[in-house]
Design a protein around this ligand. Structure first.
Ligand SMILES: Cc1cc2nc3c(=O)[nH]c(=O)nc-3n(C[C@H](O)[C@H](O)[C@H](O)COP(=O)(O)OP(=O)(O)OC[C@H]3O[C@@H](n4cnc5c(N)ncnc54)[C@H](O)[C@@H]3O)c2cc1C
Length: 155
């Protein structure tokens, strides 16, 4: 039985079900795997926390698997689509909310790129040390989820 996705109403973001978009976003473009067969039913491009909450409430109520996506740079298919899943894409949640050099803290949305945070930190006299090779293209949320590290840090 198919789920009526018209009842998933996002406050701010975008819900996409067009096949070409699903075909693109079900894959990790940098993957080293070749066996990504999952066919998701929708992509949610969240732009607010409320979008995330509504999506997860909907998915829970309808027993739909959710795959969270940052920048999809996982080389192990970590953010690839599962059959019947909703792809919860956070790449548009990309605002640096606050930089607080006085206590060495940054408040960021999950989709902020590592390299963007580093550039912003440098403007206030700091740098963001976690340094994966994907620094310019991967998100803070994805870095945390995968415990991404790097070869070193650059001053
Ligand atoms: C050129 C290149 C170089 C790389 N170099 C390194 C390296 O040096 N070190 C290293 O560790 N990795 C490296 N990687 C792998 C990859 O970049 C990291 O795993 C990165 O942290 C993934 O971030 P992402 O935003 O692309 O996450 P995605 O690929 O979108 O997601 C990765 C996983 O995290 C989950 N996830 C993503 N965002 C969230 C969130 N907000 N909340 C909960 N779960 C979430 C996804 O469901 C998925 O399981 C590299 C990849 C490339 C393409």
């Amino acid at each position: 039985m198919s789920t009526d996705l018209t009842t998933l109403v996002l406050p701010d973001g975008e819900l996409v079900t067009e096949p070409p978009v699903l075909a693109e976003y079900r894959l990790n473009p940098y993957t080293q795997e070749t066996a990504a067969e999952g066919q998701p039913i929708a992509v949610v491009f969240a732009t607010s926390v409320a979008d995330v909450q509504v999506t997860l409430q909907f998915a829970t109520a309808h027993h739909i698997p959710v795959v969270t996506q940052g920048a999809r740079t996982s080389i192990t298919n970590g953010a690839a689509g599962l059959d019947g899943s909703i792809l919860l894409n956070l790449s548009r949640l990309n605002h640096i909310v606050a930089l607080q050099p006085e206590n060495q803290t940054a408040v960021v949305e999950a989709g902020v790129l590592n390299g963007d945070l580093d550039q912003a930190a440098r403007k206030v006299g700091y740098f963001y040390a976690p340094d994966p090779g994907s620094k310019p293209i991967s998100t803070i949320g994805g870095n945390i989820a995968t415990n991404a590290g790097g070869m070193g840090w650059r001053r």
